[in-house]
Design a protein. Structure first.
Length: 191
């Protein structure tokens, strides 16, 4: 599995209703996308209490079953639409260590994302085991999806969670997003 996210920073006075409308009109287009585990259409509105005057963002997050699905999306019409609207964003990817995903993510309303540097002295195997335990803890705390992954190019760790309700985060390095739509092909086909 592989994760992918691009974050489009929008002006401070940007009308975020435009992003919510975009998600409402286009979110369903990835509901049946092959090899997609889920796509969370995420945004942050700097005026909302959870955002604490941070940036306005449009920041979809993807969990792919393999790189074939990711490549098909990046080379297809959906991503071409992103480029047409916002220019070509930097697409970050991480190799998945652990992913626990509820059968139906449609009740997710918020997401958290943390990127942390991996210290040089930490053994990756030990870190992977520690992160597995953290995934379990967050699922027990109510996370509907908990994904931990790493980027060996920049030696960073990703912790991504989907939540039913907003969660309090004290760490300014943890981004909080609202969920506009979830595409989860397996949930649609399992019901």
């Amino acid at each position: 599995m592989i994760t992918m996210q691009y974050r489009i920073v929008l002006p401070a006075d940007y009308d975020m209703a435009i992003i919510r409308k975009r998600i409402a009109e286009r979110g369903h287009l990835t509901d049946d996308f092959p090899r997609l585990a889920f796509k969370a259409y995420l945004y942050a509105d700097r005026t909302a209490a959870y955002a604490k005057d941070r940036e306005n963002l449009y920041a979809p997050f993807y969990l792919w079953r393999d790189t074939e699905g990711m490549n098909a999306f990046l080379g297809g019409a959906g991503f071409a639409g992103v480029i047409d609207s916002f220019g070509r964003p930097v697409v970050n990817t991480w190799s998945v260590w652990h992913a626990q995903v509820a059968t139906d993510l449609s009740i997710a309303t918020y997401a958290t994302r943390e990127i942390a540097p991996i210290a040089h002295h930490i053994a990756l195997g030990e870190l992977r085991d520690t992160e597995h335990a953290r995934v379990q803890e967050d699922v027990e705390r109510g996370a509907l999806a908990a994904v931990t992954a790493f980027d060996p190019t920049h030696w960073t760790l990703l912790r991504f969670r989907l939540w039913r309700n907003v969660v309090e985060v004290a760490d300014k390095n943890i981004d909080v997003y609202q969920v506009g739509h979830i595409s989860q092909p397996s949930a649609k086909h399992d019901s």
